[in-house]
Design a protein around this ligand. Structure first.
Ligand code: CP
Length: 308
């Protein structure tokens, strides 16, 4: 396989295993490029990309912008705060105005699930989903699985536990899709109130017991509690959550085996992860961030071949 089938990247659900592997193989080349003294290649010269963010972001937004600049694309950034969205402009009007300035690709984060799919149906430009509500975050799952592949040499057969607020997490859903497609075994772990009712139908093991998950897995991908998406109380307090689902060095040491620790960020230190774990030699959290730039370069490079 030498190219992606679609001109958009809306979700991992739409990708085949071969397409994910094509993205990984392309990212291998770009990882080598970003570790050179001269980190830039001319691959996307004459392509203009708009990063359109209707929701807060640090990592994803910076990572996409860096990836675009490393590929020599022209980049414009839009943030809904301080924009005419606040005056009542619709999503489609906002994006069409940006496209009228001759933009080829739109990278969008939005709080509403399906917003990038709506955009892809209604505009000519290529659309990349940078996170749509509680639905998908495809480039996060690609960089997470790429990081497992980099650490272990492959993803097939690896035992990966996804721990925390699964209910509100687009990262969890995209990771489950990606890990399943790549042949990993997946267990999800969290309080019952933060596990979707039909989660087993996605082909994952489920446990409420953190120790059971840690004893089973080789990799723990730890998610934060998404308080901004919670309209009701799903657990009594952060202190109690941390008592039952927080991971600290003492707990990991008691397992008598090393576990690779991942986190998509932002970390709530002292809640889901203690600093003695987040900053330990078993953590690959910053490798995930580094890999994110290479993986996003690969996605943009492959989609740009479909710009009309
Ligand atoms: N991992 C992630 O999506 O982080 P940001 O919300 O900071 O982009």
């Amino acid at each position: 396989m030498e190219e992606l089938r679609s001109k958009h990247l809306l979700g991992i659900q739409d990708l085949t295993r071969e397409e994910i592997e094509l993205i990984f193989n392309t990212a291998d080349n770009f990882k080598e490029v970003i570790n050179r003294p001269i980190k830039k290649v001319p691959s996307l010269r004459d392509i203009t990309i708009a990063n359109v963010f209707f929701e807060n972001s640090t990592r994803t937004r910076l990572s996409f912008e860096l990836a675009e600049k490393r590929l020599s694309a022209d980049v414009v950034n839009f943030s809904s705060s301080g924009s005419s969205v606040k005056k009542g402009e619709t999503l489609l009007d906002t994006v069409n105005n940006i496209l009228a300035m001759k933009v080829d690709m739109v990278v969008m984060r939005h709080a509403s699930p399906g917003a990038p799919h709506f955009l892809a149906r209604n505009i000519q430009a290529n659309v990349v989903n940078a996170g749509d509500g509680t639905h998908e975050h495809p480039t996060q799952a690609l960089l997470d699985t790429f990081s497992i592949r980099s650490k272990f040499g492959g993803v097939e057969g690896k035992k990966v536990a996804i721990i925390g607020d699964i209910l509100h997490s687009r990262v969890a859903l995209s990771n489950i899709f990606a890990l399943n497609k790549l042949g990993a075994e997946v267990m999800v772990c969290g309080p019952a109130t933060l596990l979707p009712k039909h989660i087993k139908s996605l082909g994952v093991k489920v446990t409420l017991d953190l120790r059971e998950a840690l004893e089973w897995c080789e990799v723990a991908n730890v998610l934060r509690i998404q308080l901004e998406r919670q309209q009701v109380k799903y657990f009594p307090s952060l202190r109690e959550y941390s008592l039952y689902y927080g991971i600290n060095k003492q707990l990991l040491d008691s397992l008598n085996k090393p576990i690779t620790i991942m986190h998509p960020g932002p970390i709530n230190r002292g809640v889901e992860l203690n600093s003695d774990v987040a900053d330990s030699e078993h953590s690959i959290i910053l490798e995930q961030v580094e890999n994110g730039v290479a993986v996003r370069m690969a996605v943009l490079y492959l989609l740009a071949s479909k710009v009309k």
